[in-house]
Design a protein around this ligand. Sequence first.
Ligand code: FPP
Ligand code: ZN
Length: 324
Amino acid sequence: MSTSTTASSDRQTLQVSRHVRFIQELDTKKDDLFYWLSEHLRLNGVYWGLTALALLGQPDALDRSDVIDYILSCQHASGGFGGHLGHDAHLSCTLSAVQVLVMLDALDRVDCDKIAEYVARLQDPETGAFMGDHWGEIDTRFSFSAVACLSLMDRLSVVDVDKASEFVLACQNPDGGFGSIPGAESHAGQIFCCLGFLSIVDRLEYVDVDTLGWWLCERQLGNGGLNGRPEKKEDVCYSWWVLSSLSIIGKLDWIDRDKLVAFILRCQDDESGGFADREGHYPDVFHTLFGIAGLSLLGYDGLNKVDPVYCMPLECIKQLGLHK
Ligand code: FPP
Ligand code: ZN
């Protein structure tokens, strides 16, 4: 975070051009150790950056054909996508790849049936749960990733949606929240995944929305920021995981909007652009997307609207007929 004397009022408004430049320059930071340490997240990073740019109203700020070529270069013969050239295929990268191709209207460049077969092979027929990759880790993040990816390609019917729903509903806790596997504690990131999953498969009626709404709005701390679980610190990415969850259950007005907007804006880097997880930390593209997407859900002036389930521009999801 900059220590410059930029007027504090600068941080009270969204620094659009600085954020656009921050995202455009991400691929030039090759003398930064973090650039190499985060190689496995490069494809996810393209999704985070491109979505942030689209919400900022600058969808063409990255070269379309370069982005498509890069995404295609990460695909394996299995149909799945890896996090970067030479990295193993993973469901979360496959979702990001499909999201980017949808946003760039380039889904015709891939074989959607092959991608759908890859996703279907990751479902456990016994429990309905999804693995992230062939190593077998099971988590509600992957249940969401599977149905989000398939629905964007209009291929939901290749998996057992009833079994998949049984698994997700078995992860619901008495506090109204959801965890990563049955019996695991409620966590706002997993709650987003489970609500997103249930929205896509039209089973939101099984959610105890009042109990969950309370749990979610109790995530707001005195400084306006949101945490992901009780006793944890505030973090800009939870402006997305918590807010999108509240939005999906129709309770966005249960938190203090103005205090949250002010918290998110304080986490901008007023010199380099980008958002950090909290004030005074270094910015990164992950928190940049979720800060901007959170502001979008809060109706921040001048931003394009985001879809709370797919975390993609609302217009794009509406055009596909997927907005609920
Ligand atoms: C917190 O993780 C976030 C989650 C568990 C949700 C992750 C969601 C996905 C991978 C699905 C794809 C998402 C989108 C928006 C399309 P963390 O590891 O930072 O948790 P911590 O704060 O407890 O460390
Ligand atoms: Zn975070």
